[in-house]
Ligand binder design. Structure first.
Ligand code: VG1
Ligand code: CO
Length: 579
């Protein structure tokens, strides 16, 4: 093939958000739009991570992925990349990409130094919906802010990009290596099975035999909803072929370019079929399974449910951390530390304190966990946004979280599989609250609000922080029984490993009784602004941990909505999604 230099001009707004660049497909389909971003990324990387390098390109299979793979392969070839690794049909979950960077070795001993992950995660897909792209680094994790800032600045000045226009499209529906020769030497496109490497890794972490026994117990029943995302490419192989679950326990496990028209977000609103099956919906059809779970479009998020029981993601990471050493072979020698994102509830903090573990609070977004894990300071981490994971890779991992919960259930029931009644998901959570107390928690999302109004609302919340006496006076007028705010700030994080500082990472109001209100603007939307309000209240008294979450939180929710004047600013009388 030959190399063509193409003239181009910058597009505005190619700033990677919390997790990459996410825009409508139609935006990505504009001439040179994707190419500009890809070349800006190559130009932001050290030369040896481009020339002669091995780079992964794949994603959740959403609409436009197949076109994007071909464009990126042609650009990689032209930029001197030695080899591109592609999952069959361009499918690789975000955690599988991370695993491949960490683990996979080519026949000639090469490892990947990075990856273009093609996903907009939990955002809907299809010709009129979202596409996305992000770059992961040599450690398997999302590019840190220093790199994404450089990419963004490159997008603002780009004048040309390199592409091998005469490189033929590679058939990515079949596995195998296709080799080409360019001006600087050989270039390969290696298409491989999407699941093999990932399954191998999972087997080194979990005791598959004990999970298999649990699934085989007539008292246990299991259900997994892939929401037509890429998780389906792993679910059948792992849950059915390896662990013996029945095919009928899988819902929506055929990956589709438009996620079947759905919103591939594993929560109580969007994972409707699973929610109904688990006895938590409006309609019910028979006795629900003991365990249910779902993953998002790119399979890095997870939702865990028991029979008629919802596990909050903040509780989930705390419970995994509390039980990991006994239940999961990978952690048998102990946890190096634990971490959560700032808006995630403090349930994990209490576990860390009790078990005397190192603990870190980082800004929203998985990229902030990477340095801690690379430095051997953190084993298990999580976010309230249905993200849970560990240092086995550098991304959150939906299937891992399901296997972690199955491992805990298998451990708790190991001498009990023939008994009258199994220890259930609900039992495990109630036990946990009994020991550590309960963090009542909810998040209100106001999606696609006017961006200016959202900015003004946030600015006002910051301005109010100047006078806590005034804030407390307002709160007393709204809900006299709610505790006083004792401190308020904008969250700022100094990375303990490289010393980098991230400012303006969310507005916090901290109350005397441990309650918290947090306000943030989303960094993953593709149009308008999304305001997130995180509401949390700690209850230590075990006689009071069994309340309905919405009842327990209702005074604090009232304070959050009125203090922020959300209705005045946005004109919205209710959030779009409550999780
Ligand atoms: C959201 C979540 C955040 C998560 C991010 C990426 O970001 O709040 O916790 O890390 O999505 O998840 P934001 O900026 O919209 O609040 V995924 O599954 O989109 O890679
Ligand atoms: Co995701």
């Amino acid at each position: 093939f030959s190399v063509t230099k193409r003239d181009t001009t910058p597009y505005e707004g190619q700033k990677p958000g919390t997790s990459g660049l996410r825009k409508k497909v139609t935006v990505f389909q504009q001439p040179h739009y994707l190419a500009n971003f890809v070349q800006s990324t190559f130009n932001a990387l050290p030369a040896d991570q481009v020339k002669g390098a091995t780079i992964v390109v794949s994603g959740d299979g959403r609409y436009f992925s197949k076109d994007a793979v071909q464009i990126i392969a042609k650009m990689a070839a032209a930029n001197g990349v030695r080899r591109v690794w592609v999952g069959q049909d361009s499918l690789l979950s975000t955690p599988a990409v991370s695993a491949i960077i960490c683990e996979r070795i080519s026949a000639d001993g090469a490892k990947a130094t990075g990856a273009f992950i093609l996903t907009a995660s939990h955002n809907p897909g299809g010709p009129t919906e979202d596409f996305g792209i992000k770059y992961n680094m040599e450690n398997g994790g999302p590019a840190p802010e220093s790199v994404t800032d450089k990419i963004f600045s490159n997008t603002k000045t780009i004048t040309e990009y390199l592409i091998a226009e005469d490189l033929p499209d590679v058939d990515i529906s079949v596995t195998g290596v296709t080799s080409f020769t360019g001006p600087e030497g050989p270039f390969d496109v290696d298409v491989f099975d999407s699941a093999t490497d990932y399954i191998k890794l999972m087997k080194t972490i979990f005791d598959f035999e004990s999970i298999k026994k649990l699934l085989a117990s007539p008292k246990f029943s299991f259900c997994f909803d892939g929401l037509h995302g890429v998780a389906g490419a792993y679910a059948k192989r792992i849950f059915v072929d390896e662990l013996g679950a029945s095919e009928s326990s899988l819902l929506n496990c055929v990956p589709k370019e438009d996620f079947g028209g759905g919103h591939p977000d594993p929560n109580l609103t969007y994972a409707k079929e699973l929610v109904d099956r688990m006895g938590l919906g409006k309609t019910s059809n028979g006795e629900p399974p003991e365990f249910g779970a779902a993953a998002d479009g790119d399979a890095d998020r997870n939702m865990v449910l028991g029979k008629r029981f919802f596990v909050t993601p903040s509780d989930s990471v705390a419970i995994i951390a509390a039980n990991a050493v006994q239940s999961i072979p990978y952690f048998a020698s102990g946890l190096k530390g634990v971490a959560r994102s700032m808006p995630t509830s403090a349930a994990l903090d209490v576990v860390a304190k009790n078990l005397n573990l190192k603990f870190f609070e980082v800004p929203t977004g998985w990229k902030f966990f990477g340095n801690l894990m690379d430095a051997g300071m953190c084993s298990v981490c999580g976010e309230e946004s249905f993200g849970t994971g560990s240092d086995h890779i550098r991304e959150k991992d939906g299937i891992w979280a399901v296997l972690a919960w199955l491992s805990i259930l298998a451990y708790k029931n190991k001498d009990n599989l023939g008994g009258d009644k199994l220890v259930t998901v609900e039992d495990i959570v109630l036990q946990h609250w009994g020991t550590y107390g309960r963090h009542y928690y909810t998040r209100y999302d106001y999606e696609n609000v006017d961006a200016e109004a959202a900015k003004e609302l946030m600015a006002n919340l910051v301005k109010m922080q100047a006078s806590l006496p005034d804030v407390n006076k307002s709160i007393k007028e709204i809900q006299p029984a709610v505790a006083d705010v004792v401190s308020a700030d904008e969250f700022e994080y100094k990375d303990p490993v490289d010393g980098s500082v991230s400012k303006h990472q969310g507005i916090r109001y901290l109350f005397g009784d441990g309650s918290r209100l947090v306000f943030r603007l989303s960094g993953t939307g593709s149009v308008g602004a999304t305001i997130r309000i995180y509401i949390e209240q700690y209850e230590k008294d075990s006689s009071k941990t069994g309340r309905e979450s919405s009842d327990a939180l209702s005074p604090l929710v009232d304070v959050a909505l009125k203090l922020s004047k959300i209705q005045e600013y946005t004109g919205r009388s209710a959030p779009t999604v409550i999780t």
